[in-house]
Design a protein around this ligand. Structure first.
Ligand SMILES: C[S@@+](CC[C@H](N)C(=O)[O-])C[C@H]1O[C@@H](n2cnc3c(N)ncnc32)[C@H](O)[C@@H]1O
Length: 307
């Protein structure tokens, strides 16, 4: 059973039960992903370099400490979750880093990261001059990130604007209020987000992205295949990661059936490319190993261009 629930804008009563901060619930997943990027950075695996990830994880001090260096990973069988999680998260980070670098090279100067979490791309990528990066996430997550990176003296490599809001609400109004211009082509990213959204909120999200996308806009999405959510949820690796993180990620996922985002984007005129996680891992010369291949190999990394 999922504990996420769709409620329309303003329906605060049904919303209070699933609030989270950076060390609880869905917020903790942002920390776990950052821990994986920190480990990849430390081990020099070459897929992603994120020097802010360790700073953010250590500042959060979650109830169960998370590793940030390869040497922090123990020999207990349950610790096998970290190398596999690192492989997967480093891969997806790299694929979406490349997406943004290409979008910038092709002249796109407006970027929206949906559910940015502790994503530090605004600080660590070489954005072309004139780029504005909007980061949307829950207020508690963005406040923690801002406070921590300010204390660290981090300086964004672009014009960075935080948009603290809930993606189940009217986030488009908050985005526009932050200065977003729908007349300019945009590069959008939904990474590590969709399983946490109710089906209707996911539909609304894609419809809103479409409505706000000038011709030439692009979108990158980490998408599950049908049935993959169940496979991942029931995989022993996920149960073990629950013990390691203090939260069973599968229980946070929303299991409502939903439409296929690639099919829908095509239906409204976007051209869409779909690469499986397995294919992307081969392309980067770092095939996923047994456990992670079972759990995530059929996941899809989708990129699309608005017509
Ligand atoms: C697994 S983390 C991924 C974070 C980031 N995209 C990354 O890959 O590092 C999931 C993120 O989704 C955010 N999130 C989930 N549901 C959300 C919602 N309804 N509104 C805003 N943010 C949400 C969480 O706060 C969290 O930061």
């Amino acid at each position: 059973m999922s504990n996420a629930q769709y409620c329309g804008p303003g329906d605060a009563l049904t919303r209070t039960f699933d609030e989270w901060d950076i060390t609880t619930g869905v917020g903790l997943t942002a920390l776990a992903v950052a821990a994986a990027r920190a480990i990849e950075t430390d081990q020099g695996g070459g897929l992603v370099r994120d020097d802010y990830a360790r700073v953010l994880v250590e500042a959060a001090a979650p109830p169960i400490p998370l590793p940030t260096r390869a040497a922090d990973i123990g020999t207990d069988p349950g610790d096998r979750v970290w190398p596999t999680m690192t492989d997967y998260m480093a891969l997806r980070s790299r694929v979406f880093d490349d997406f943004f670098i290409e979008a910038g090279a092709d002249g796109i100067r407006q970027v929206v990261i949906l559910a940015a979490g502790l994503d530090a791309r605004a600080f660590r990528l070489a954005w072309p001059p004139g780029t504005t990066v909007y980061e949307i996430d829950r207020p508690t997550v963005l406040e923690f990130k801002q406070r921590t990176l300010d204390a660290h003296g981090a300086v964004p490599a672009c014009e960075r604007r935080s948009v603290p809001t809930d993606l189940r609400d009217d986030w488009a109004t908050a985005l526009r209020a932050a200065g977003f211009d729908p007349a300019r082509p945009t590069a959008w990213l939904a990474e590590g987000l969709l399983p946490y959204l109710p089906a209707r909120a996911e539909e609304d999200l894609f419809a809103t992205v479409h409505a706000l996308s000038a011709p030439g806009s692009r979108m990158a999405v980490e998408a599950l295949t049908e049935g993959l959510a169940d496979t991942v949820r029931e995989h022993p690796l996920m149960r073990e990661s629950g013990e390691r993180l203090g939260v069973d990620i599968g229980t946070l996922w929303n299991d409502e059936p939903r439409r296929d985002c690639a099919t829908w984007l095509r239906s409204v005129g976007w051209s869409v490319q779909v690469e499986s996680t397995t294919e992307a891992a081969h392309r980067h010369g770092r095939p996923l190993d047994g456990d992670i291949a079972d759990a995530f190999g059929a996941g899809r990394l989708v990129t699309a261009q608005a017509g």
